[in-house]
Ligand binder design. Structure first.
Ligand SMILES: [Mg+2]
Length: 270
């Protein structure tokens, strides 16, 4: 049986009782991967395409004042910051469909009817999808020290899994690019139902792994991940904060780490 140590201290189920861990469930974007540069490029491209297409169809939206309003609303909706993206914003945390709906909502706010707003948002996303996920020529890097931690987990017989709101091809391509696919036993994506942050997503992934939630750890960079894990009965829930230029605003009730070297694995006698 394995236990996890954070900065040398065992992570406990109850005070003094280290949790026995058989699987670690990792969020992908902002936890396994440094996604911010790619997400910023994607969100900027969506803003650009939206301004172009809306301006072509509605001349008044192409005028400087209205265009500036549309751009500002889109930037706020996407969580675009001067140097990156907000780690808890829609681009960082939301699925493609969430971002598409928020784009349509912004278009409705500047005067488009809902059917056209939705159609235009779909067009904007269709023209920019190639910048993200499995179609992207750009692959996000892994977070520093990840391979060493995964090797430790695998050597200790702890199974690794991904729980992400990316789609299956995007998750698989990321793992394959970084030669991690053989170390990850299962994944739960935006194509699975329910998707995270529903605690039932954790239970669905646990069922695929054949490991009860009570024997898992979950590591993510968003409060929604961490609260989902706690609600699902996962005993070890950790916030990872090193993947963003702006530190994610994580709930202080969760243990946090800034580098994978802070986490280690120890084998205990059965
Ligand atoms: Mg994330």
């Amino acid at each position: 049986m394995a236990q996890l140590l954070l900065r040398g201290q065992p992570l406990c189920l109850n005070p003094g009782v280290p949790a026995a861990i058989e699987a670690v469930l990792f969020d992908k974007d902002g936890t396994l991967s440094i996604s911010e540069p790619m997400l910023k490029t994607l969100a900027e491209a969506r803003v650009f395409q939206c301004l172009v297409l809306a301006g072509q169809r509605h001349r008044e939206l192409g005028a400087p004042g209205a265009g500036a309003e549309l751009e500002a609303l889109l930037r706020r909706a996407y969580g675009l910051l001067a140097g990156g993206v907000h780690p808890a914003g829609t681009t960082a945390v939301g699925s493609r469909s969430h971002n598409l709906i928020s784009t349509a909502t912004v278009l409705a706010q500047v005067g488009l009817g809902w059917p056209e707003a939705l159609e235009l948002a779909e067009l904007v996303f269709a023209t920019t999808d190639g910048l993200h996920g499995h179609g992207s020529p750009q692959r996000p890097q892994t977070t520093d020290g990840l391979h060493d931690l995964v090797a430790q987990l695998v050597a200790a017989g702890v199974r690794c899994a991904v729980i992400s709101n990316d789609e299956i091809p995007g998750i698989e391509a990321f793992l394959k690019t970084h030669a991690l696919e053989h170390h990850f036993s299962a994944l739960w994506s935006a194509e699975h139902s329910p998707r995270k942050p529903d605690p039932a997503a954790v239970h669905g992934l646990c069922a695929e792994l054949g490991v009860p939630a009570e024997r898992c750890a979950l590591i993510g960079d968003a409060n929604s991940d961490l609260r989902m894990a706690r609600a699902a009965g996962v005993p070890v829930v950790l916030g990872y904060t090193a993947a963003w230029s702006t530190t994610p605003p994580l709930d202080a009730s969760f243990e946090q780490l800034q580098h994978w070297s802070e986490l280690s694995v120890a084998l205990t006698t059965p």
